[in-house]
Every structure is written in C-alpha cells, then in structure tokens.
Design a protein around this ligand. Structure first.
Ligand code: PLP
Length: 359
C-alpha cells in the first residue's frame, strides 16, 4: 500500500531528495564527514549556501536589490524581527486579519511596541474568505502585513491588496514556492522552510535592501543588516537544513520551475475541490475565489463522522488528515512534493466512504 502524508507541516519532502540525503549522509562529497559534521566556514558549505541562494534567486526571479537571508527561529521569530527591522520610522504597521497566523503576527508586533492597525478582517466569515481593505491605506504606515496563504483556514491571496507606497510584508510560510508571486510586489517575504522547502529550523527572509539598516541596537540574531553583511553566517547556521533545502530547490528546477509547479498544484487542488463541491457528504466552506492551492479544509458537519473519515483514511495510508484543533474537521495539505496520485487516492477514498455512508 502506498502512503501519502497530508500534514500541514512539517510536511512531505520529495522522495528523490530524501534518497539523495540518505545516500550522501555518511560522506558529503567524498569528505568522509556527514553534512552535519562539516564546518559552516568550509569551502564545501560555502558551495551549499551559495548554490541554495542562487537557485532560489533563479526560481523566484529575485531582483538584485533584494537580500536573501537564512534565519532560524521559524516564521514566528519573523513576527518579531519584521517590525524591529522595518517599522523604524513610525513604529506603526497595518495588518490584514486573515486568520490565526495573521493575528499571531499582530500580537508579536505589539509586544515590541509597534502599533498595529487592523485594516480589514475576515472574522465575520469565520475566515472562510480573505479580508479586504476597509479604507485606502494610510501612507504613513511603515508596512502592511499579509499572510499570503492561511494554513489553517485554507485561503490564499492571488491578487494582492493595493497599498500604494507602503511596502507589503508577506508571511509566505505555507505557500512559498508553491505558486508564482512577483517578488518586487513586496518589501519583504519570509517563510519557514518546513512546508515546501525542507526541514524545520530554517527560515528564509527576502528583503528589499533600502528597507533595512535603519534600526538601532537590535539583538544581533534579529538584525537583517547584520545577517546581510555576514552572508547569514553571523553564527552557526542550520547547516543540514540549508543543505536539504538546497536539494529541494534543485528538484524544483528539475520539475521545470515555479510556473510548472504551480500548474501541477492547481491540477491537484482542483481535483480535490471539484470532488468536494459535488459531494453530498463533504463540504469545503472556503469561498471558491479565495481558496488555497496548499491547504484544503473540509468537513462532514458531524465531528463523530469526521473522526471516522480520518481513522479510515489512516488505515488506507492517507496520513495526517485531521484538521487544525481550532477548526476541526479534515485538512488535506497538498504541498509541492504531494504527487497527483496521492490526491487521487484521497478522492477515491472519500468517494468510497460517501457511497458506503449513503447505504
Ligand atoms: N505562518 C504561517 C502561515 C504558518 O502556517 C506557520 C506555521 O504553521 C507559522 C507562521 C509559524 O511558523 P513556525 O512554526 O515556523 O514559527
């Protein structure tokens, strides 16, 4: 029986990457040392981090006036780092409240004495749609924070809010490299690696160079300018996670780049959404135009039945379909490394469950 991992993160990695890691683990590039044992100051690692940055720049067409930084601390640390580095003029940002992770970002920004204005909220729809701006954006804000993909609620931005000259800061943790965005539409993008990029422990920050370097006396580990100056090696970086992410980036290039990957992700997501929309048992409550390609929440409407669906799925090798504890039901995460066959297996299982249930 094939197994498929639908976890929202840490999530499925490409099989060829896992196999390459396994093969290279005892001796990295003939060094007789594992990648976990080599120095981050060695030439071998230099090549790894340089290739990872070059491949990421290539895949996302990152302009030269943007830094690519490798951090630790997850997406969550960037909820603090972004306001400390970028909200230096007015200590005042705007935020679109699209769900759990957006409100976590607001909380953390407030903790470092940043005023956070909620410029729109989707609370009235229980976050089954994206929020929209309720007024033109105040041009004195330091930036506007959005969550491009809402991992728990299953919404994603395709069209970005219009913010004029105020930079957009995007938490792209759960659809980084899953669909095409134009980097120059953002002042900054950040993403924890553990969904589409690689192991947890690595966070990517892509930031426009004119937006940084103005903060005074930041803790070193939160200082974007310092990380840019030190090429992300102010201290020991997460060597293994960067190496693994580098392999995933090469795999993405082999797939044909992000346009091809996005198309594949659309095919996968549509297969599941089309099934859910015609089903009499299962429903996806997310507004069709706001639906995520990555995270698909759905319910039967009866928690006890949801539990049966999840238990049966596990027996069929369809793993980690339990919805987030805040929303319940089921959630299928269809990150880049999920094959179409996995989504087909899920749809077949759900169809069979529904047919049996109707009897
Ligand atoms: N932002 C989004 C959209 C997420 O989905 C997550 C985690 O799932 C986070 C931030 C927090 O990430 P981390 O656990 O890497 O701090």
């Amino acid at each position: 029986m094939s197994t498929y991992n639908f976890s929202a993160g840490p999530a499925v990695m490409p099989k060829p990457v896992i196999e390459q890691i396994q093969a290279e683990l005892p001796s990295f590039q003939g060094s007789e040392m594992s990648i976990m044992e080599i120095s981050h100051r060695s030439q071998l690692f230099d090549q790894v981090i340089n290739d990872a940055e070059a491949d990421l720049r290539d895949l996302m067409a990152i302009p030269d006036n943007y830094h690519v930084l490798f951090f630790q601390g997850g997406g969550t640390l960037q909820f603090t780092a972004a306001p400390l580095n970028l909200a230096t003029k007015h200590h005042h940002i705007g935020l679109l409240d699209s769900g759990h992770w957006a409100s976590r970002a607001a909380d953390e920004a407030r903790r470092v004495n940043t005023q956070v204005d909620i410029l729109g909220t989707a609370a009235a729809t229980h976050f089954t749609a994206l929020p929209t701006l309720t007024a033109p954006v105040d041009q004195n804000l330091d930036y506007v924070h959005i969550t491009t993909n809402n991992t728990i609620e299953g919404t994603a931005y395709t069209t970005l809010p219009v913010t004029g000259n105020v930079p957009l800061v995007a938490d792209m943790s759960s659809n980084f490299l899953g669909q095409v965005y134009n980097v120059s539409d953002f002042g900054m993008i950040f993403a924890g690696a553990q969904k589409n990029l690689g192991p947890a422990g690595l966070t990517i920050v892509i930031v426009r160079d004119d937006l940084i370097g103005q903060a005074q006396n930041l803790p070193s580990m939160l200082d974007y300018q310092l990380f840019a100056d030190k090429r992300s090696m102010f201290n020991t970086p997460p060597v293994f996670a960067i190496y693994a992410a580098g392999l995933v980036l090469k795999w993405l290039k082999q797939q044909g780049g992000l346009k091809v990957v996005e198309q594949h992700n659309r095919t996968k997501a549509n297969l599941l959404y089309d099934f859910l929309d015609q089903s009499k048992l299962f429903t996806c409550q997310v507004k069709p135009t706001d639906r995520s390609l990555m995270n698909v929440p759905f319910v039967t409407g009866t928690p006890a039945l949801d539990a049966q669906v999840i238990a049966g799925a596990t027996q069929h090798g369809l793993l980690n379909l339990k919805g987030h504890r805040l929303v319940g039901g089921m959630r299928a995460s269809l990150y880049n490394a999920m094959p179409l066959a996995g989504v087909q297996a899920l749809v077949d299982y759900l169809a069979a469950f529904e047919a049996n249930h109707a009897k």
